[in-house]
Design a protein around this ligand. Structure first.
Ligand SMILES: Cc1cc2nc3c(=O)[nH]c(=O)nc-3n(C[C@H](O)[C@H](O)[C@H](O)COP(=O)(O)O)c2cc1C
Length: 179
């Protein structure tokens, strides 16, 4: 605990919120693009809340703002893909969070997609890993919905993941000598 820490007993709720946001910005996140919807009307959204829930069976979680159209698409179609971005894919993160440097926000045609022959393309090319999921539970909590999915198919790809940390993008770098 540093000397700048404020006692929890005296902190005001608005200050606590600011501290929470500042503290969470110090926590590194992976960056993923979640894709869902009908083949002819798919939606994609950037998330940083992707975690593993269980390996037996393989299950994962993302937390998505309840007002996002992606929540409705996942709940309706029950299937979605979580594409974990590689270090070269900042552009995708920005596009699918609605703030691309060029082009239209949330434009799936601006990215290259791949998939199983005969099925709609749903994997982003160049990702570190992709998880094809069936929705198990959509749990509303505060402003968000926790989407828990059972993983049915996995794609393994590039090796260097993209990381979001301190409101910037980066790449993880191993510490020499550390296990
Ligand atoms: C690195 C990064 C991580 C994000 N993580 C999440 C997330 O986990 N859940 C979420 O709902 N939105 C997340 N967002 C925000 C969405 O991508 C998108 O910007 C937001 O839903 C747009 O909301 P608005 O239309 O209300 O502005 C993230 C954005 C970025 C750039």
């Amino acid at each position: 605990m540093t000397s700048s820490a404020i006692s929890p007993a005296i902190i005001r709720p608005d200050l606590l919120r600011d501290q929470f946001v500042a503290a969470m910005s110090r926590v590194p996140l992976s960056v993923a693009v979640v894709v869902a919807g009908a083949p002819e009307h798919r939606l994609a959204l950037t998330v940083g809340t992707f975690i593993s829930v269980s390996a037996d069976p393989p299950m994962v979680l993302v937390s998505v703002k309840a007002s996002s159209p992606l929540c409705k698409a996942v709940s309706t179609h029950r299937r979605y893909v979580i594409n974990v971005l590689s270090a070269e894919q900042v552009e995708h993160s920005e596009r699918f969070s609605g703030r691309p440097r060029t082009g239209r926000p949330y434009d799936l045609t601006a990215a290259r997609w791949t998939g199983v022959p005969g099925e709609p393309l749903r994997y982003l090319e160049g990702v570190v890993a992709a998880f094809d999921c069936e929705l198990v539970e959509a749990q509303p909590i505060a402003s968000h919905v926790l989407l828990i999915g059972r993983v049915d198919e996995i794609i393994l790809g590039a090796e260097r993941p993209l990381v979001y940390w301190s409101r910037s993008y980066g790449i993880p770098s191993p510490l020499s000598g550390a296990v």
